[in-house]
Design a protein around this ligand. Structure first.
Ligand SMILES: *Cc1c(COP(=O)(O)O)cnc(C)c1O
Ligand SMILES: [Zn+2]
Length: 443
């Protein structure tokens, strides 16, 4: 225990003075020479500081990177990231994700005269956007000499942390709500060698338990309360805008769980405006699952009172009742005159089936973005001729059980789901296969 109890981070004193964070509430600044997750004065959430005094040109991106970061779609945007020392960087060639366009999904959303682009973050090394934050978080952990990294997770953060910790040669401690994370995510976390602790409770309980531990011991916490995680997640927006030739869309839709991404997107857009790469802000549209929608209720009530909920939804990645980044996310919505709405699990599954049928595919939480856009167009909050981007946060194989249940099992009314694709069984005889061929040809 002695080594763990030591309050001393390993970084040389004074070596990291360029790495600073600021409290979003009281403005107190600190040098980030250790893991920091809340303001020491008022307990507020922290922002990492980035030097943005000079204009930034697109030609600066991807230039002059050290070999260990050269292929990263995150470190490419280093002029807009905190100055982590070269030698600390741990990269797995994250980012560089596709921006698809699909007319069938634009129709599904009701964007008849507009356009829909799909930013697919499931194409990251561990198959979710969490890798973008993790490369910066774990690199910062290395820069400050952390000896162990930890997170509480609904699954994707743990898979990502386990991979990046393995890359960095650091031990990882992962808390998951027992029995409540998908098989794909648990499999990754175990395979990459993290120490997995299953907590008898939900995600919100696991995170508050872990924060008690990291407050008492020198354990580097990489949940999104860590401002360096969010710095990496800003690059979803940077890369999307670069792929759009810096032409700002009307609306960017994303699922909202712990609201780290909502916070990161707002910060990214504000910084792009500040350095002159864009000239206006798109609306952020944050979509929550109806059974886990405390932020949507907070917004609908005019930001009067925030009330945590006990979360319940099939979309486990956003099954969060007390989002840690709520105040930062509110700032993002206010700055972009954004929208926050709930969608039902049935709407999520229907949108997911539509995305899957195009061959693109995603995990359930990701499909909330398309389900939400469809609802916002139907309600008139987004115009049918809008140019929209929907962010898909994770890969279809993250949650194979959800796919199998949708296609193979009847719903509560004893009916298959609207988009169910049932396999057929045949005897090992050619005529039976010929009938299957005819069916496949004629739909
Ligand atoms: C983490 C995660 C989310 C939620 O993101 P927040 O930043 O917590 O709001 C949504 N979808 C997937 C697939 C995720 O892994
Ligand atoms: Zn403060």
């Amino acid at each position: 225990m002695g080594a763990v109890q030591s309050r001393v981070w390993m970084a040389e004193p004074g070596a990291l003075t360029a790495l600073r964070v600021r409290c979003m509430d009281c403005g107190t600044e600190q040098v980030a020479d250790r893991a920091l997750t809340r303001c020491p004065v008022c307990g507020g959430l922290l922002d990492a500081l980035v030097a943005l005094d000079a204009p930034v040109r697109p030609e600066q991106f991807g230039v002059g990177l050290p070999p260990n970061a050269r292929h990263s779609g995150v470190w490419r945007y280093r002029p807009l990231l905190p100055p982590i020392p070269d030698e600390a960087i741990v990269s797995r060639w994250e980012g560089n994700t596709p921006l698809y366009e699909d007319d069938r999904l634009a129709d599904y959303a009701g964007l008849t005269g507009g356009s829909l682009r799909i930013k697919h973050e499931g194409h990251n090394p561990t198959a979710s956007f969490k890798d973008r934050g993790m490369t910066v978080g774990v690199s910062h952990a290395r820069a400050v000499g952390a000896r162990i990294v930890a997170c509480a997770s609904t699954g994707n953060t743990s898979a990502s942390l386990a991979s990046y910790a393995a890359a960095a040669g650091l031990p990882a401690l992962v808390l998951i709500p027992e029995g409540k994370i998908s098989g794909g995510k648990l499999a990754q976390t175990l395979a990459y060698g993290a120490r997995v602790v299953q907590v008898a409770g939900d995600f919100d309980q696991a995170l508050s338990l872990l924060r008690q531990l990291t407050d008492a011991y020198d354990v580097y916490l990489v949940n999104s309360v860590n401002p360096f995680r969010l710095e990496g997640q800003k690059t979803i927006v940077f890369e999307m805008l670069e792929q759009l030739d810096w032409q700002v869309p009307d609306v960017i839709a994303l699922p909202g769980g712990n609201l780290g991404n909502t916070a990161a997107f707002g910060k990214a857009l504000g910084e792009l405006l500040q350095v002159g790469l864009i000239d206006r802000l798109p609306k952020l549209a944050v979509i929550q699952a109806a059974g886990a929608a405390p932020f949507a209720s907070y917004h609908a009530g005019g930001w009067q009172t925030f009330a945590a909920v006990v979360a319940e939804t099939i979309a486990t990645a956003i099954k969060i009742g007390n989002p840690a980044s709520t105040p930062r996310a509110r700032r993002s919505i206010e700055a972009t005159a954004g929208l926050v709405i709930p969608v039902s699990d049935d709407e999520i599954l229907d949108a997911k089936a539509a995305i899957d049928r195009t061959g693109i595919g995603c995990e359930p939480a990701s499909a909330a973005s398309l389900a939400g856009l469809r609802r916002l167009v139907a309600s008139g909050d987004v115009a049918p001729d809008a140019r929209a981007v929907a962010v898909l946060t994770g890969h279809v194989l993250k949650d194979p059980d959800a796919v199998i249940a949708y296609h193979l099992h009847d719903g509560p009314a004893g009916e298959p789901a609207a988009g169910a694709n049932r396999p057929i069984s045949v005897p090992a005889e050619l005529p039976a296969l010929e009938r299957a061929l005819a069916d496949a040809l004629h739909g």
